[in-house]
Design a protein around this ligand. Structure first.
Ligand code: MTE
Ligand code: HPA
Ligand code: MOS
Length: 806
């Protein structure tokens, strides 16, 4: 019998909502029809970064037309404190405020205009207190959000003493606003018997459910949270949708009427947290060939005013200080500090980009000192055996106690010798970077272009070009092991049509499109027969956030399990109808197939199954096996596997204005066996550009009192279409199937963002063309930063010329 293969997997696919996105028919929370009697809820934020709230009066506001109620902390019936890890965030401010924009009151009114008038008429009095606004101030005040995290191995001092090159310095990476197109929004609709239905723009419907239940003092089964879709989230709606949803719930409970809380762009930017700015101090020792011998890093994350997800984000920063490089001797210390700014939160990469930026800075500086190609120095440091480059000499110098084993039971010494042990003692079994590196260099014509660019630069006094390189290795799994679980609920109707429910949320990343494909593949139906339902807590309970790039990994396995169960229940029936054995039946393309070209349509099969009283619905569940991490010991296997990729980036800069343009980008990315290549390529392009935005144009500025000045698109510049490279080649690594993942695929959501660091590498190359010596380039690489770096390089060129003339 021939293989019947009509699976949608691995084929080009259009995002399930693409048409709706471009025609405007795709509905977001604020597009939903407004229920009768609906009120608007407007959160009112603190105008000061730190202070005592000494008076709050609402009488004048309540006297205004259309203002229905004003709620303060005392109006919360249950717990006023929420938060994803620790409950340290007052939903409504109590006696003190800790950041500008911290919500103090909720104004409820008939219209947004009435709420705004009400907010203006509120009488709030603050006694200002001194605020902590920088990482340096926080460190000095000992203002930590969580105990430090430490990783160590070997003999750092000994290795530094043997190093041919020492690179030491400090690095600051800035914050980043999520700038999702759809701002935070939730509609809360009260039901019978103290129940509540919420339509929320959240990555984490369960956390919204939990927060609402706790704030209202009710059981979780009284609350249903549904997510139609999000207009982007990027981590900004992992924990921080909860507060605004809980405010809507509070308003609905208080008034008995539906309440919608929706934030304007300025409010959203002022009230919500951003990517964590990180500050680090590093010291690295390398041998004469540019191989890392030792690395010491103190990594500090600016968490803002509350804990939120900061400890986990710091951890992921620590887990990515190595990027794709083997570091024999090391000591990493991580701290998350509390400052009086909006509470910083998850943002694509979740601390990983900030950690990676440090080791990339180290390698870039070392390459400039040693006169090495930026790709070559990186290649020499990749994980894995590389016999032509890595003599045994620096391996045996890692003192490791005899008999030491990893949590997986492997011998530490042999893993160190094979250069495949991370700083947290997880093995990197088959690092794909050497292969990706070689293929990408060939694809993008690296050597020839380097030579061409050097020749071009020699002729061009004020415009210079640079070719940069950036490899990425990114760990996949929530580093809090417990969160790596997912569920699905599949319903097949008697006409053969399928409703697919799973615990993941759709934010534009194409998760629903992938899940429909997995479901169709598993049942052997067409994608047109499967409808993915809005994510809802009454379909799949106790879900994790759709985050850590693992939405399709986790939910895909759960969908597969649910579908397999239904398929196997109907298999004997199909065999009977086809006159064959159950094993001989194949499900594909909307039919069950037997020998001799016979088939029975899935719709007939479903109908007959119903008549024969065979259950046509099933729940599926998945938990990632064999992962665990011990934060105190700094050891374990936090990740199920690693995703890889690399980018070659060409830029041109102006030495007169500091402006730059990205002329060409080549990316080779490892998504395993791609579930849907068109969706994956979209994630890679978008992630890369978002990374470039973080590293070049996007700059957050606060005034000396800690008030955000860049709270709208006129002052905060995200990349536009004109900033995209003219040549943008994205390819997926072939023959890349991954073990024990859904159909051999790999997560793709976050890793490509870090490829954006390739633009920094490229800019450094272009700047170096202005003069000798190490480049000093601050992040974000704005025109001002680039110009400063160019001026320094040119001064060095003048000095050198003068020296030569003497
Ligand atoms: N892509 C789009 N279009 N919009 C988004 O909000 N979020 C990113 C990434 N890609 C995002 C996106 C982030 S932060 C994560 S963790 C993943 O998508 C989450 O989805 P996944 O786990 O299904 O990849
Ligand atoms: N990544 C993203 N989101 C998370 C994580 C993580 O590792 N842990 C908790 N939330
Ligand atoms: Mo993504 S930062 O894990 O939501």
């Amino acid at each position: 019998m021939t293989e019947v293969s009509q699976s949608p997997l691995g084929r080009p696919a259009v995002h399930e909502s693409a048409l709706g996105h471009v025609t405007g028919s795709a509905r977001y929370v604020d597009d939903l029809p407004e229920p009768a009697g609906m009120l608007h809820g407007l959160p009112v934020g603190s105008p000061v970064a730190r202070g005592r709230l000494v008076a709050r009066r609402a009488e004048r506001a309540l006297a205004l037309p259309g203002v229905r109620a004003v709620l303060f902390a005392a109006d919360v019936p249950g717990h006023n404190r929420i938060g994803p890890i620790v409950h340290d965030e007052p939903l409504l401010a109590e006696d003190e405020v800790f950041a500008e924009g911290q919500v103090v009151a909720l104004v409820l009114g008939d219209s947004v205009a009435a709420c705004r008038a009400g907010a203006k008429a509120l009488e709030l009095e603050f006694e200002e207190m001194p605020a902590i606004l920088t990482v340096a101030e926080a460190l000095e005040a000992g203002s930590l959000l969580a105990p430090p995290h430490e990783m160590r191995r070997g003999d750092v001092a000994g290795a530094m003493a043997r190093a041919a090159v020492i690179v030491a310095g400090e690095l600051h990476t800035g914050g980043q606003d999520h700038f999702y197109l759809e701002t935070q929004a939730t509609l809360a609709i009260p039901g019978e018997n103290d129940t509540l239905h919420l339509e929320s723009s959240t990555q984490h419907p369960t956390e919204v459910q939990v927060a609402c239940a706790e704030v209202l003092g009710c059981a979780r089964n009284q609350i249903v949270v549904a997510v139609p879709r999000m207009g982007g989230a990027f981590g900004g709606k992992e924990s921080q949708a909860s507060q605004f949803a809980a405010l809507a719930a509070l308003g609905a409970r208080h008034t008995g009427q539906p309440v919608k809380v929706w934030l304007s762009r300025d409010l959203d930017m002022t009230m919500t947290g951003k990517r964590h700015p990180f500050w680090s101090r590093y010291r690295a020792g390398l041998d004469a060939r540019g191989r890392l011998l030792a690395l010491e890093v103190e990594l500090v994350a600016d968490g803002g005013w509350s804990v939120d997800l900061s400890p986990a984000i710091l951890d992921r920063g620590m887990f990515h200080l190595d990027n794709g490089y083997f570091v024999p001797n090391l000591r990493f210390v991580g701290k998350a500090v509390r400052t009086n700014k909006a509470s910083n939160t998850a943002f694509r990469g979740f601390g990983g980009p900030q950690g990676m930026a440090v080791i990339e800075e180290v390698l870039s500086r070392a390459a400039e000192r040693l006169g090495l190609d930026p790709a070559e120095i990186r290649r020499r440091n990749y994980y894995g055996d590389c016999p032509d480059e890595h003599g045994p000499e620096n391996m045996v110098d890692v003192p490791v106690p005899d008999g030491d084993q990893t949590s997986a039971g492997a011998d530490v010494i042999s893993l160190v010798r094979a250069r495949c042990l991370t700083p947290y003692y997880q093995e990197v079994p088959h690092c794909r970077l050497p292969r990706i590196h070689a293929e990408l260099l060939a694809r993008c014509d690296w050597e020839a272009r380097r030579a061409e660019i050097a020749a071009w630069n020699a002729r061009s006094p004020w415009q210079k070009r640079g070719l940069g390189f950036m490899p990425v290795k990114f760990g996949i799994s929530f580093t809090n092991t417990m969160l790596n679980q997912a569920g699905a609920l599949v319903l097949v109707y008697a006409d053969g049509s399928v409703q697919l429910n799973h615990g993941g949320t759709e934010m534009g990343q194409g998760l629903h499109t992938k899940m429909v494909a997995v479901c169709a593949h598993e049942l052997g139906v067409t994608t047109a027969q499967v409808r993915c339902m809005a994510t809802a807590t009454d379909k799949v309970p106790n879900t994790s956030a759709t985050a850590a790039s693992s939405g399709s990994d986790l939910n895909g396995m759960a969908v597969q399990a649910a579908c397999a169960e239904i398929r196997e229940r109907v298999r004997p029936l199909a065999a009977e109808l086809l006159g064959t054995t159950p094993e001989a039946v194949q499900f594909a393309g909307g039919a069950a197939h037997g020998p001799g070209g016979r088939s029975v349509p899935w719709s007939d099969l479903a109908k007959t199954a119903w008549m024969r009283r065979i259950s046509l619905s099933a729940a599926g569940y998945y938990a990632t096996p064999n992962i665990a991490y011990d934060r105190t010991a700094g050891r374990g296997k936090p990740f199920h596997y690693f995703a890889y990729g690399a980018a070659a980036v060409e830029v041109e800069i102006s030495g007169l204005t500091g402006e730059h343009r990205i002329s060409r980008v080549d990316i080779l990315h490892d998504v395993g066996s791609s579930l849907l290549p068109t969706i994956d390529v979209g994630q890679i392009e978008g992630g890369f550009i978002q990374g470039v935005g973080w590293l070049t144009g996007e700059e957050l500025v606060w005034d000396p009192k800690g008030r955000l000045l860049t709270h709208g698109p006129s002052t905060y510049k995200i990349p536009a279409i004109g900033d995209c490279p003219a040549i943008f080649n994205v390819a997926l690594l072939e023959r890349a199937e991954q073990d024990s993942t859904i159909h051999g695929s790999k997560a793709v959501g976050e890793p490509p963002l870090m490829l954006g660091l390739g633009v920094v590498s490229a800019l450094r190359q272009a700047i170096a063309a202005f003069g000798p010596g190490e480049v000093e380039l601050g992040i974000p690489c704005t025109p001002e930063a680039i110009l400063r770096a160019v001026v320094k390089q040119r001064a060095a060129a003048v000095t050198r010329a003068a020296d030569a003339a003497e």
